[in-house]
Design a protein around this ligand. Structure first.
Ligand code: AMP
Length: 217
């Protein structure tokens, strides 16, 4: 399988697709959003600096993000990885290329998960997560609701909402994404590395298409 670099707007399902691939294809998951949330959770100085920026839906600076991802990529020893949430700017895409070349990592595919804005907003507003195991639920979709309201089916913890999962922050995140995505797509298209998968609520089809793109043949 190839390493996967996901480019996607908020709520396109990068996390859900990644979870499936980790369980079934033993990928290492590198999610920049999770890395940043872990810093906030830990109460580090860096976490305090970024929490307001993240809550509004704005981007953390390229320099910080590039250095964060570099540290994680260096730690991987030949394990296949999913990069979820990076690159989000053309600058990050170019730096990522340099990092992968210098690490000798060549077997990569960039998968662009596309989703209608309306569906993405509905997903964001209904999304709740388990703080313990990370499982994601959605109260607006019957098959994604927890069995008991607000309680994780697996570990029985109380479910929480991300502070940036509100309409105001979503608008900023979606617009920021739209402003940057064209140049990133053009960049990877020129390198013949880009695949596109249209996302809807048919998760089986989405997974099948992602797996097809990630297979080596
Ligand atoms: P995500 O979990 O991928 O939706 O990311 C949540 C938030 O983390 C984003 O809205 C940004 O504020 C920040 N973030 C995550 N990845 C990046 C990145 N590559 N560049 C800048 N900011 C990022």
């Amino acid at each position: 399988m190839k390493n996967i670099i996901f480019i996607a707007p908020p709520a396109a399902g990068k996390g859900t697709v990644s979870d499936y691939l980790i369980k079934n294809y033993h990928y290492k998951h590198l999610s920049t959003g999770d890395m940043l949330r872990a810093e906030i959770e830990a109460g580090s100085e860096f976490g305090k600096e970024i929490s307001n920026i993240m809550a509004t839906g704005s981007l953390i600076s390229d320099d910080i993000m590039i250095s964060l991802v570099k540290q994680q990529l260096i730690k991987l020893s030949n394990q296949n990885f999913i990069l979820d949430g990076f690159p989000r700017t053309l600058e990050q895409a170019k730096s990522l290329d340099e990092m992968l070349i210098s690490l000798g990592v060549t077997n990569n595919v960039v998968i662009f998960l596309d989703i209608d804005k309306e569906l993405a907003l509905k997903r964001i507003l209904g999304r709740v997560n388990c703080p313990k195991c990370g499982r994601s639920y959605n109260v607006y979709f019957e098959d994604m609701k927890p069995e008991n309201e607000n309680i994780c089916d697996d570990c029985k913890s109380e479910l929480i909402k991300r502070t940036d999962d509100n309409e105001e922050s979503f608008e900023v995140r979606f617009d920021t994404y739209m402003n940057n995505v064209k140049s990133i797509k053009d960049y990877y298209n020129e390198k013949h590395m880009l695949s596109e998968v249209m996302v809807d609520n048919n998760l089986t089809r989405v997974l099948d298409e992602v797996i097809k793109e990630a297979k080596n043949d």
